[in-house]
Design a protein around this ligand. Structure first.
Ligand code: M6R
Length: 357
């Protein structure tokens, strides 16, 4: 039940710090370390390539997961949209492992791929919020999200739960392979949960950003580099699906290859800057669009902030920044939809779980 909340989406956004802590508990072993079932780690570490297959928000979580599995565990990863993969399968490696990410575990596009790869004799792991769901039953292995039921059509806590579980998987796979990731994941996830709480407690800020940038606009761009780009894709999807504002996420450097032509006086461009290695580059991109009249809104992270940034996120580990950075995007989308009198929990043309291909 949504209790005193006006919408499930707001309640589910607020639940995220608790979900992160719950996931940490659920994945802790007796020694207090984050841990994943040995059989799953064997499957991951024996594979020569991982294929992540998902749709929508779960696909966006998969993009972040690729970063984790490659950077932490040194395993090559491809991420595919299920509806494309099924009819246009790439050349597969010799020993692939498939990872399906699905909140509901019932998405038909993803299931079609699972059926196909099982026919080909490959193993699959499903990461889902619903124990006993079709994708969980039909895969060889399952990891649960422990996010609790997600009711709002716009996915929020499932996205952050997926990223948290993927970080745990990557960390455990790295340890199993004897790789030192150089950081204590449990400690860093604890910091993330606290940061999320601070963000959820400061909603007025994001309501104001929605008012200032999105109350009358027809379109909006999200830019970022590296994982910030992936979070921008998710920010754009949230905004599109519940506020009906045409929104697109772009890699900061790609704008000048065409899309910058769309920037007019007042076009909102929301930029995310949480990655030290590309901070100067994304700042350059912000200047490029500002020079063409864009109404720029920079969301940065403590330690990387510059004068004029609209909001500075609390500091979290750079790899885990999507977990914190998505919260403002969720809330900005929520308030933009609310200000435009849209049905936040049940946007037009959409169903919670898409069970047709
Ligand atoms: O249940 P799934 O994670 O498989 O669903 C995938 C997408 O349909 C879902 O994430 C969709 O994009 C959401 N409505 C986004 O908020």
């Amino acid at each position: 039940e949504k209790g005193t909340y006006p919408h499930y989406m707001l309640k589910e956004t607020d639940e995220q710090p608790f979900v992160i802590r719950k996931i940490m508990q659920a994945y802790q072993n007796e020694q207090g370390d984050l841990h994943v079932d040995e059989s799953i780690l064997n499957a991951v570490n024996e594979a020569d390539r991982l294929y992540i297959v998902a749709c929508g928000t779960s696909y966006h979580a998969g993009l972040v997961g690729k970063q984790y599995l490659e950077q932490m565990a040194n395993i090559p990863v491809e991420v595919h949209v299920a509806s494309e993969f099924v009819y246009n399968m790439p050349l597969l490696s010799k020993k692939p492992l498939f990872i399906f990410i699905s909140q509901s575990g019932e998405t038909a596009d993803s299931r079609a791929v699972l059926v196909k790869v099982k026919e080909l004799g490959y193993e699959a792991l499903t990461i889902t919020n619903v124990a006993g769901s079709t994708l969980s039953r039909e895969a060889d292995y399952t990891l649960l999200l422990h996010a609790g039921p997600e009711i709002a059509v716009a996915s929020t806590k499932a996205y952050t739960a997926q990223i948290a579980v993927l970080s745990i998987l990557a960390d455990a796979a790295a340890k199993k392979a004897g790789i030192d990731t150089g950081f204590d994941l449990a400690h860093e996830l604890g910091i993330v949960a606290n940061a999320m709480e601070v963000l959820c407690d400061g909603k007025e800020e994001f309501e104001q950003i929605a008012r200032d940038y999105l109350s009358t606009t027809r379109n909006c761009f999200f830019i970022g580099r590296s994982v910030d780009y992936y979070v921008g894709l998710e920010g754009a999807l949230k905004l599109k699906e519940i506020s009906y504002i045409q929104a697109e996420g772009f890699a900061g450097g790609e704008l000048k290859h065409g899309t910058i032509a769309l920037i007019e006086d007042g076009t909102p461009v929301i930029a995310l800057a949480t990655q030290g290695s590309v901070n100067l580059n994304i700042r350059g991109n912000v200047k490029e669009v500002a020079a063409r009249g864009a109404n720029t809104c920079v969301i940065s992270m403590k330690g990387l902030e510059q004068e004029g940034d609209r909001f500075v996120l609390p500091a979290v580990h750079e790899l885990l920044s999507p977990l914190a950075a998505v919260v403002p995007f969720q809330l900005i989308a929520y308030y933009a939809a609310l200000h435009r009198d849209c049905d936040v929990d049940k946007p037009r043309n959409l169903a919670k779980s898409v069970t047709v291909e």
